[in-house]
Design a binder for this molecule. Structure first.
Ligand code: FES
Length: 212
């Protein structure tokens, strides 16, 4: 799992055992995590060993027993040598089964909304910019217009949002180079497409910027 340097987490799960360390009998807790309340998704099938902040060890040892449902929160930090995330809790407390069910339900809803968002992003079509490359427009510099657009798109790292296509005569030969913009996911092409005339490379960059 990739985590940022100070990756915050808040999980609910079942407390399994304390793990002693050099300075305390309650240095870490083994927890079977069942749902993520805050932070990056994790594998909730496995159990995690989470170091307890020294300020909470004593209280935890008195209030929590094996198989209790708990909420545990803190920060994860990658180990400098191994890169493996080390979890350190600043709070640990018992929670009801109802709370566990609620967090599980919320986590499920979040994951569904992320999935449907990525699905809709995947379906999004790019804006298409048609540049006439027939003889009259070519003579007036339509290739330079296309090149300027491609460059502007590359600079903006927007090749998934906008594409430039060469096209045949767009019936505005006297006022070329001619460009037509077809907006992304355009359902009403006749009314929303834009036609640009006498397009220069400078104007081409502005057209790209206007659709990003
Ligand atoms: S040649 Fe470009 S619009 Fe006709």
């Amino acid at each position: 799992m990739v985590a940022s340097k100070k990756n915050r987490f808040s999980w609910v799960g079942q407390f399994l055992a304390f793990v002693p360390g050099k300075k305390s009998l309650y240095q870490s807790a083994i927890v079977q995590v069942v749902a993520v309340e805050e932070g990056a998704p994790i594998d909730t099938i496995q159990s995690y060993q989470i170091k307890l902040d020294k300020d909470i060890r004593e209280a935890a040892s008195h209030s929590i027993e094996a198989k209790d449902w708990i909420k545990i929160a803190g920060k994860g930090k990658p180990d400098k040598k191994t890169g493996k995330i080390e979890w350190k809790a600043s709070t640990i407390k018992k929670v009801s089964l109802r709370k566990v069910a609620k967090v599980k339900e919320e986590a499920k809803t979040r994951s569904h909304s992320v999935q449907s968002k990525s699905l809709s992003t995947a379906k999004a079509k790019p804006t298409r910019i048609l540049v006439c490359q027939k003889s009259s427009c070519r003579k007036k510099g339509s290739q330079k217009v296309s090149d300027a657009m491609e460059k502007a798109i590359a600079n903006a790292e927007a090749s998934d949002q906008v594409i430039v296509k060469s096209t045949g005569c767009l019936k505005c030969c006297k006022t070329g180079p001619t460009v037509v913009v077809l907006p992304a996911n355009d359902k009403n092409k006749k009314t929303s497409k834009e036609r640009h005339r006498k397009v220069t490379p400078k104007a081409a960059k502005k057209i790209v910027a206007s659709v990003l």
